[in-house]
Ligand binder design. Structure first.
Ligand SMILES: Cc1cc2nc3c(=O)[nH]c(=O)nc-3n(C[C@H](O)[C@H](O)[C@H](O)COP(=O)(O)O)c2cc1C
Length: 233
């Protein structure tokens, strides 16, 4: 029976390191549609934006989570005619519209969502559980014990498939464009967090190896950023 379940999991593309009998693995949550009207102007968000590092472990709503993920890489113009777009044009610009980034979110304390690691699907505006359980302590140790990773109710992780960009742009894609894309998306998250009266901080100091292992990244994905977010102390 165990062998059968493991084979099934492998066929579904889920890591066999997830306990096979955990019903949360592979579970998909469709997120509520993002709001495109907010209480704060973009100018106010720019004026107030700061890197915030002290979070309350206060529950976030699924609407707040939806808004943060949408600001990072949500689809704003659907395009199914051009497969390389993987769904359409997004909130953040991308060199050649190649969208090399992948976004994961670690859920610790979000109402109605089991703690775990989830992968964001821009096209469906949904998240899918890849590893269940509260992984905040592991994220904190991967980031050389930066406390905010342990305290924040949720953290975005960015990784990149460099090949999507280097196929067209060669070295320039690797040395410049992928990280430029990342900066655009991460700034969106900063501004969206401010506009929701939440806070975030871009974190680039972490062990690549530890993070790859924690996120169980495929071999062609490199981790780039962590962005814990939540209510600030
Ligand atoms: C590429 C990059 C990596 C960063 N890594 C970290 C980090 O690992 N830990 C941290 O506390 N802040 C990190 N920051 C945030 C910076 O420290 C912060 O942006 C800077 O102090 C300016 O403050 P401000 O964002 O509030 O304007 C990083 C910022 C960038 C752009």
């Amino acid at each position: 029976m165990k062998l059968f379940i493991t084979a099934l999991i492998l066929m579904m593309g889920i890591s066999p390191e997830c306990p096979a009998d955990n019903p949360e693995n592979g579970k998909v949550y469709t997120l509520p549609a993002p709001s495109i009207k907010g209480a704060m102007s973009v100018e106010e968000a720019l004026q107030q934006r700061r890197s915030r590092r002290q979070f309350l472990d206060k529950e976030l709503s699924i609407e707040q989570l939806s808004q943060i993920l949408w600001s990072a890489y949500g689809i704003t113009v659907k395009r199914d005619d051009y497969p390389v777009l993987r769904g359409g044009l997004r909130t953040a610009p991308s060199a050649g519209a190649l969208y090399p980034l992948e976004i994961y979110v670690l859920i610790g304390n979000v109402k109605g969502i089991e703690p775990g690691l989830y992968k964001y699907n821009s096209k469906e505006h949904s998240i899918k559980c890849t590893i269940s359980g509260d992984l905040r302590k592991d994220a904190c140790s991967a980031a050389y014990n930066q406390k905010m990773l342990r305290e924040a109710p949720a953290t975005l992780f960015y990784s990149a498939v460099f090949e999507r960009c280097t196929k067209k742009y060669r070295e320039r894609g690797k040395e410049r464009y992928v990280c430029m894309d990342l900066g655009h998306s991460a700034e969106n998250v900063y501004l969206q967090a401010e506009a929701l009266h939440l806070g975030t901080c871009a974190v680039g100091a972490f062990s690549d190896e530890a993070l790859k292992k924690l996120l169980q990244l495929p071999a062609d994905e490199e981790p780039l950023y962590m962005m814990p977010f939540g209510y600030c102390k």
